[in-house]
Design a binder for this molecule. Structure first.
Ligand SMILES: C[S@@+](CC[C@H](N)C(=O)[O-])C[C@H]1O[C@@H](n2cnc3c(N)ncnc32)[C@H](O)[C@@H]1O
Length: 234
């Protein structure tokens, strides 16, 4: 197996069987407000591209049929075999192709993503904050921004998470302060609450990030960011 191959993972902290079980249990009960927000973000994102690369979509729980139908082809990078099977059933084998680049583990794979045809858009589906952490995210971000500078790409990603709901979401002042202020922003969001907060290292990933709250499980809350990159010429 080459260095760039995405290995099958039936279970890992960010996906696999445990994630499908949670989706089955909480998708209707807890995830709907968050999915509605993701749907708004995706509806407003209109890259003029025929091909879409989905990175870490799982079974596409947050992706509507209307959104997927806007693209002629989908390329999927997803290590979870069950997620791939579910997604293939939904999209149809003719419209989606599964590839094995691991853009997080191999810099060459990330660079290869940036050499795709210009009418390819790339969507990171709540994976950046899961595959990376506060230490590994900043150098990967620099490589990602350089590799994909000429492509339309977008990402929604975990910024902070905790077993307790935050009292607020990031506001315009927080966003303007950018990535360096993430620890202070996390303190403000959970002000007055005694709990641990995980910083996923992704706050301020893109300049005009919007935020939503994901009630992932009864005792698990994630502040999720959304941002878009447009190539200079468009
Ligand atoms: C939090 S889940 C995604 C949730 C999904 N987008 C949804 O809306 O339900 C993160 C996904 O990233 C996938 N993943 C983990 N490492 C990855 C990698 N190196 N490349 C692509 N996907 C990866 C996991 O298998 C998992 O399906």
């Amino acid at each position: 197996m080459s260095r760039t191959a995405l290995r099958n993972r039936w279970n890992d902290p960010s996906g696999g069987l445990g994630y499908h079980w949670r989706a089955r249990r909480y998708r209707v009960r807890l995830w709907q407000p968050y999915h509605a927000r993701v749907a708004q973000w995706l509806a407003a994102w209109q890259p003029p591209c025929r091909t879409l690369v989905l990175v870490g979509p799982s079974a596409g729980y947050a992706l509507s049929d209307e959104f997927i139908a806007r693209f002629a082809h989908c390329v999927v990078l997803e290590p979870d075999p069950l997620a791939r099977w579910l997604l293939k059933r939904r999209l149809g084998a003719a419209r989606c192709r599964f590839e094995t680049l691991d853009v997080f583990d191999d810099p060459a794979a990330l660079a290869a993503l940036g050499t795709r045809a210009a009418d390819t858009a790339i969507l990171f589906c709540n994976v950046i904050g899961q595959a990376l952490d506060a230490d590994t995210a900043p150098p990967w971000r620099a490589r990602q921004h350089a590799a994909l500078v000429n492509h339309h790409w977008a990402s929604w990603h975990d910024c902070f998470s905790s077993t307790v709901a935050p009292v607020a979401l990031p506001d315009a002042d927080d966003i303007a302060r950018g990535a360096d202020a993430s620890a202070e922003v996390a303190r403000r969001l959970w002000a007055g609450l005694r709990c641990a907060v995980v910083d996923h290292g992704t706050f301020g990933w893109l300049p005009e990030t919007q935020h939503a709250l994901w009630h992932l499980a009864p005792h698990q809350w994630h502040v999720v960011g959304w941002g878009v990159h447009r190539p200079r010429s468009t």
